[in-house]
Design a protein around this ligand. Sequence first.
Ligand code: NAI
Ligand code: MG
Length: 359
Amino acid sequence: MSNRTYDIAVIPGDGIGKEVMPEGVRALEAAASRFGFSVRQQWHDFASCDYYARHGTMMPEDWKQRLGRPSALFFGAVGWPDTVPDHVSLWGSLLQFRREYDQYVNLRPVRLMEGVPCPLAGRKPGDIDFWVVRENTEGEYSSVGGRMFPGTAREIVLQETVMTRHGVDRILRFAFDLASKRPRKLLTSATKSNGIAITMPYWDERVEAISAEYPDVSHNKFHIDILTANFVLKPQIFDVVVGSNLFGDILSDLGPACAGTIGIAPSGNINPEGDHPSLFEPVHGSAPDIAGQNVANPIGQVWSAAMMLDHLGEADAAAAIMSAIETVLKEPGLRTRDLGGRASTTDCGKAIADAIRTA
Ligand code: NAI
Ligand code: MG
């Protein structure tokens, strides 16, 4: 047994989360045995609407104690709108992890893979390959504000954007760091300093200030409106794209959508310093429309496992999972329904695990 052991909190959640999670874990175990580390899994049934039905809350009061001090959280998807309103299920679970664990980076890859039809005309694998880095804790999503004189003609509603030097600088440093490790070494910043004339010029100023620490990384900026247009029109010009909470939210959905099905997109909610555990999950939700049929695409969950291993320092294992995903996507018989194939969730997941073992 190796001395590299990771304690993973496994939280499948709801709907297809419960179907894709076993495939994510299968890939993790295959990578562990091939690369000589071990994964200790601790499965949890909370952060789900089933748990809510039994207990009246999404998570136990002492969820932090129950999780202990895992190396990372591996999450499926949460939500079952027929029984629990989405704001209750999301705020009661995932958003608690993001806040309490100060996961201030939301990271998503945007990569066009062979075997995945691209919604943008004329693009082939290799043309689209970049990362979206979203600030995950402050910015436009603040609780500073309020409503006065509700229901009257004097009604006033305010919600303030909060940008702190601490919060802006740390997300920019993460993005510059990531760019410095990529061959193109290019950082693109999302701004809107022409319209949002106080906070966005501040954001731009901090980009300039932090860029001085990274002389080998070049950087540019676009206003968010033309930036979204360029995701569609010229996706090949991007390498690492960083945005505030709101801009990053939009870009981190648009980016993966430009590279095909939502079923394969992964994400990380990261606390880079490691003061708290990070969380890795597919971008998609619980997909009630296809849940329970064994047809969901497990690749978003499996790719999340690769991001998690990369974060934990197991870069070779992460790369092996990525090449296994590529191998399986090239095989029409192993594709799930969302990619026009007929393979089941388990067929696809088992094929990926086999490819990891033999790659
Ligand atoms: P969704 O991502 O669950 O589904 C959107 C569409 O994509 C559906 O047609 C679904 O069948 C399809 N789809 C999603 N994942 C797929 C996969 N792996 N393979 C094949 N097809 C897939 O988003 P929706 O319907 O808006 O939300 C459903 C529930 O999930 C809601 O309760 C929502 O709050 C929750 N949700 C949770 C998220 C999370 O846990 N991070 C993220 C997004 C939504
Ligand atoms: Mg979003």
